[in-house]
Design a protein around this ligand. Sequence first.
Ligand code: SAM
Length: 491
Amino acid sequence: MASSLFFSVSSSSPFLSSTIKPHFSQTTKHNLYLKTSPFTVKSISSPATNTPLPSVDNFWDWICNQGVISNKSSAGIKPGIVPEGLGLIAQRDISRNEVILEIPNKFWINPDLVASSEIGKFVGGLKPWVSVALFLLREKANKDSKWASYLQILPEKTDSTIFWSEEELSEIQGTQLLSTTLGVKEYVHREFLNVEREVILPNKHLFPSITSDDFFWAFGILRSRAFSRLRGQDLVLVPLADLINHSSSITTENVAWEIKGGGIFSRDVLFSLRTPVSVKSGEQIYIQYDAGKSNAELALDYGFVDSRPDRNAYTLTLGISDSDPFLGDKLDIAESNGLVGETAYFDIVLGQPLPPAMLPYLRLVALGGQDAFLLESVFRNAVWGHLELPISPTNEELICRVLRETCKTALSKYATTIEEDEKLLEGGNLSPRLAVALGIRLAEKKILQQIDEVIRNRELELDELEYYQERRLKDLGLVGDQEDIIFWEPK
Ligand SMILES: C[S@@+](CC[C@H](N)C(=O)[O-])C[C@H]1O[C@@H](n2cnc3c(N)ncnc32)[C@H](O)[C@@H]1O
């Protein structure tokens, strides 16, 4: 019975899951819905990070004059122009784990600063990021802003997929990243329309001309510069510290920054940044951005992808249909095993086995017909254990078939094959955005192929698998050594 099973694909971004409603359909059985784009690609470009050197010098002077850096001449770091735009350059040899920066909270840009600013009373009820975005835009328009030296060094745009043209987006046709990007753009645009109506237009004296593009710029700045974990109400931009770039060669799991108290007699809180590895004088200092982020999230937030294979993930969205006659029982069982709600998300990572809870969950979703007795309350404590192993040929065959259909349909949505992408990669000389597009679409296809291969092998074994009834008979001692069922002859 297939009526209770639906599969769809979606984004894995934790940001999306908390703040944006997914915009893919999840209503029909065996549902696989991929948003694709009809555009064709002609060219792809990358934004220039054209911060002139005088602006960087001016920013550095400002930082030092404000006392953020106590002694300019003996500072261990300095901002400089690097391949990633701006970055932090070591001014002497720095050892591993050495603190390179401590920025007190009076130099942070966060919702508290906005609340105490002249726009504070107009933005009180807004989401933290929206109020900080309006603050940035207002200060950017003010030549005499206290923050002018900082705002001048912020890039006009990044390579985040939210800034890609339609033609550029067509390079990620069929990908989950495209679907997520369109969802985020829709979300930001909606937020803009709301804030324009509620705050910007009624307060034209404070916000004379803020466009949707301006608002996207501020969103892009916050997504790419606020340190992970410092989001929501804790959202903060830390000037100077936010010049640190990411390198895939930094693999230490430890987070390179922390928030510290400023000392017993100080009310200051400090943002403290360390070097995860030792760095020679003149070299750029790097950290690893949030190790938990997939390449799709890096592409969306920052506009680059990491070369580590385990950053490549594909999210399968699985769920129990509203019309499933056993919906309540199934939800109850899923919830007792940590899978809350009608939908469950499983991140499949390139080169790694399927997540352990995925097959049990699928067996649960597909459970019906003669197997439905396992949903009865007497089995409630033991049912998940049973689901960890095959239940019945019908159940196992169904989940294999639907998973393979899902992979096949998803694979058919991409405009290029793995072989074509690999050839392009070999050719090299890719623009940053095309490199991102290729990295993402190639990895997604490889993961789908990987899932299909695992399930194809399983299908070949279906006749040899041991199912619930056989296990049960064995447990009861009703199956002999030769796997024959033992009958008691009546005397
Ligand atoms: C926190 S900011 C770092 C400072 C930034 N480079 C600048 O010029 O202002 C993050 C941005 O730096 C760039 N970036 C950081 N690490 C990178 C990397 N490994 N490859 C490419 N771009 C990188 C991306 O544009 C990203 O959105």
